[in-house]
Ligand binder design. Structure first.
Ligand SMILES: *Cc1c(COP(=O)(O)O)cnc(C)c1O
Length: 396
């Protein structure tokens, strides 16, 4: 037998973390890493944040799980907080981002069904998008590495070029339910939507009775310096998928919607055994209390500006390796020159300089620090990036 007990779908690297302390991860051999990957934009509060640890421990001892057959004081309280702070009137809790996107797709189709337009099933999505790994969410992307061998996929998606408003508008027909888009593409290469693009999609939806679904699984939840990234575009969606940061490391996702958009989601139409259980809600409440306020968000913006400026200043000294910087807030991408491969750079920074980052599409290195970093972490990151750029050619 050569297959590993863990299904070998991930190219796992040599880092084998056993402990976390704030913005650092500690490996099996006691080696330390500056964690600017944050479990792929998940650990908003870093590792071992006392408020989050205590909330989970206390709730685990009190009541962990009961199913959604019973009333949920914990779920009602947290959903109310999300509703108070966003465009949404109602929330469905899931265990992951892909499930939140699935709920968003179902909500959109069901809306048109409830309106007497059951033929409006097509969702227009965008090249390089990433919405998850379920059959439904891989149907919404055009990336062959995710789709090949899994066909037949779910019909009812059309992929057009990202940031191309004319292409999006041209794809609308009588069967269209709406658009689904990441305000800032994450896996695809840390590319923000342009203002005209996102505002244009909103306008088309308003004119044609379509729904705007935002996938803020990666760019949402304080990552870009506002609670949600769309706030920086002056628009609101009808439906939004959220996950990653929302539980600070506890698996949780959410599908948010307006009352109008959720009009088809009546009793019996959707469900989840675990979704929003008391333990998940306790974790989410703890993260929310720390992160969702003006002081915390102002610090994310300040640290995002500092980190970006520091990287921009460093690039001319290493312009054989680094090309440019992109992104919003603490969702930063460094595009590399063609001669250096992003995966190789991520591995080099990790193995030789103790810095964790993540590769993304378009030859981009993703910098996704915990949102609780201070100036010292920024200085350390830039020093490691700079050292990494110096040594990538000759390093073992
Ligand atoms: C990570 C991600 C998902 C999928 O989330 P999972 O929790 O892995 O299912 C969906 N959309 C975006 C934009 C993501 O970054």
């Amino acid at each position: 037998m050569t297959i590993t007990p863990l299904m070998p779908v991930y190219p796992r690297c040599g880092v084998r973390p056993v402990r976390g302390e704030g913005c650092y991860l500690i490996g099996e051999r006691d080696e330390r890493y500056l964690d600017f990957a944050s479990g792929i934009a998940v650990n908003l509060l870093g590792h071992g944040h006392p408020a989050l640890v205590k909330a989970i421990a206390d709730q685990a001892a009190t009541l962990m799980h009961v199913s959604n057959l019973y009333g949920s004081p914990q779920g009602e309280a947290f959903a109310q907080k999300l509703v108070d702070k966003t465009f949404a009137d109602t929330v469905f809790f899931t265990n992951s981002g892909a499930e939140a996107v699935e709920c968003a797709i179902k909500t959109a189709r069901r809306y048109h069904y409830a309106n007497g337009n059951p033929e409006r099933t097509k969702i227009i999505t965008f090249a390089n998008a990433f919405h998850g790994r379920t059959l439904g969410t891989i149907s919404a992307t055009n990336q062959p590495k995710m789709r090949d061998g899994f066909e037949p996929l779910l019909p009812g998606f059309e992929v057009v070029a990202f940031n191309d408003l004319a292409a999006a508008e041209a794809a609308v027909d009588d069967a269209t339910a709406g658009f689904m888009v990441e305000p800032v593409q994450g896996e695809g290469g840390m590319t923000p939507s342009s203002q005209e693009f996102l505002q244009g999609l909103r306008r088309i939806c308003d004119e044609k009775g379509l729904l705007l679904i935002l996938d803020e699984v990666q760019c949402g939840y304080c990552r870009t310096g506002t609670f949600f990234a769309h706030e920086q575009y002056g628009i609101t969606p009808d439906i939004m998928a959220v996950a990653k940061g929302i539980g600070g490391g506890f698996p949780l996702g959410a599908c948010l919607a307006t009352e109008e958009a959720a009009k088809g989601m009546v009793i019996g139409t959707h469900g989840s055994t675990y979704g929003g259980n008391p333990l998940a809600m306790a974790a989410a409440e703890a993260v929310f209390e720390v992160a969702v306020n003006d002081t915390f968000l102002a610090n994310v913006r300040a640290m995002g500006d500092r980190l970006r400026q520091a990287i921009e200043q460093m690039i001319p000294n290493h312009d054989d390796v680094f090309d440019s910087v992109r992104g919003m807030g603490l969702m930063i991408g460094i595009k590399l020159k063609d001669a250096v491969e992003a995966r190789a750079m991520v591995a080099h920074l990790r193995d030789n300089h103790g810095l964790l980052s993540v590769a993304a599409g378009e030859n981009v290195v993703r910098i996704l620090p915990p949102l609780v970093i201070d100036e010292s972490h920024i200085a350390e990151c830039v020093e490691k990036l700079s050292a990494g750029a110096r040594t990538i050619g000759g390093a073992s």
